[in-house]
Design a protein around this ligand. Structure first.
Ligand SMILES: NC(=O)c1ccc[n+]([C@@H]2O[C@H](COP(=O)([O-])OP(=O)(O)OC[C@H]3O[C@@H](n4cnc5c(N)ncnc54)[C@H](OP(=O)(O)O)[C@@H]3O)[C@@H](O)[C@H]2O)c1
Length: 329
């Protein structure tokens, strides 16, 4: 496998697939070589906007010998099947969030990737952003003492289209899987990757039956807790704060953040403006390239064990609020 530059294939031609293609252009260590779509027309239209080879099926994309790594950008409900196709062709895999619809599917994909010995990572792009990584560095250095409380919200108001992937239960719609997953990942980051011992969730299920907004309280054995909220029919601030015994870390607009603020008790606060290369998605492509060149099978920025634990956490939230998707295995 030629590792420099990483030759990317993109599976799917929707909105985030286009964002990722744009993001790749800001990473000299990446090049887009192919796209795969369920239709020849969509593949050709994508390839005319983002020059690359157009494949009229996902299978053809995954079989393309020039592709080193595939970014899977299908709706949540396609992640398991499409990830398995990528792994089956022994390509590196960057799989959009949420990794899979439920923990059972996530565990199968992770086991398959590990068995095949291929790189696999959830496209939790926030973890790759320098602002989040600065927060992680402060936490490791115990800059705020012991973490006791995390608050994070991620809500946006989508238009009312019951057939959209955000609202349609057949496409695993709802806030928990679409954006609650980011708040969960932030809480896990704050707690050093340790899973909570208790999760309590409540949600407002809308007319299509999916959670339009939800609140989660997570607790750890140490007494630390996280208060997380998410929504797909309500604009919220997207702020995250990690409170410790000796101060706090603020990540304004943490989903898209460029700023990390450290308040240490009794000292003046420190505000860092951090890089945001390209459209931000560039950072996850850079991280995949770094891992592949280092021979890693997963990224230390978001381990597969953490991805699986977060997937279990989301399952538990949906169980408590009574949200099960049709045809869910
Ligand atoms: N990281 C982020 O910031 C971010 C932001 C938005 C979304 N996402 C994630 O990215 C994934 C895709 O989201 P999106 O907003 O890009 O969705 P989208 O615009 O609806 O595009 C999804 C694409 O998946 C393909 N697809 C395969 N099976 C499909 C099906 N049954 N129904 C519809 N499309 C299907 C289609 O491509 P073809 O027709 O070409 O096959 C479609 O264009 C989701 O899992 C979402 O959570 C991440």
């Amino acid at each position: 496998m030629t590792l420099s530059p990483i030759r990317w294939g993109i599976l799917g031609t929707g909105s985030i697939a286009k964002q990722f293609a744009r993001g790749l252009t800001s990473d000299p260590g990446s090049t887009l070589v192919a796209v795969g779509s369920r239709s020849a027309e969509s593949a050709a239209a994508f390839a005319s906007e983002y020059p690359c080879t157009a494949h009229a099926s996902y299978a053809a994309l995954c079989a393309d010998a020039r592709v080193d790594a595939v970014y899977v950008a299908s709706p949540h409900t396609g992640h398991h099947e499409h990830a398995m196709q990528v792994i089956g062709q022994r390509k590196a895999l960057l799989l959009e969030k949420p990794f899979c619809v439920n923990a059972r599917e996530s565990a199968e994909v992770i086991a398959a990737a590990r068995q095949a010995g291929v790189f696999c990572m959830e496209a939790m792009w926030t973890r790759c952003l320098p602002a989040n990584r600065q927060a992680a560095a402060w936490l490791t250095a115990k800059a705020i003492g012991d973490v006791r409380l995390v608050t994070a919200d991620f809500g946006f108001r989508c238009g009312w289209d019951p057939t959209s992937r955000l609202l349609d239960p057949k496409l695993a719609g709802g806030g928990l899987l679409d954006v609650g997953v980011y708040t969960m990942a932030l809480a896990w980051l704050a707690m050093g990757g340790v899973a909570p011992t208790t999760i309590k969730a409540t949600a407002a299920l809308g007319a299509t039956g999916v959670d339009e907004q939800a609140a989660m309280t997570l607790s750890w054995a140490s007494g630390a807790m996280a208060q997380l909220t998410c929504a797909v029919r309500l604009n919220t601030k997207h702020d995250a704060v990690i409170y410790g015994t000796e101060g706090r870390i603020e990540l304004p607009n943490f989903w898209h953040g460029t700023t990390a603020i450290l308040h240490q008790d009794g000292q003046s606060s420190q505000t860092l403006e951090l890089p945001f290369i390209g459209n931000g998605y560039t950072h996850e492509a850079i991280e995949v390239g770094r891992c592949l060149r280092a021979g890693l099978k997963e990224s230390p920025l978001i381990s597969l064990d953490e991805t699986l634990a977060i997937s279990r956490g989301l399952d538990e939230c949906r169980r408590q609020v009574g949200l099960r998707y049709p045809n869910e295995r």
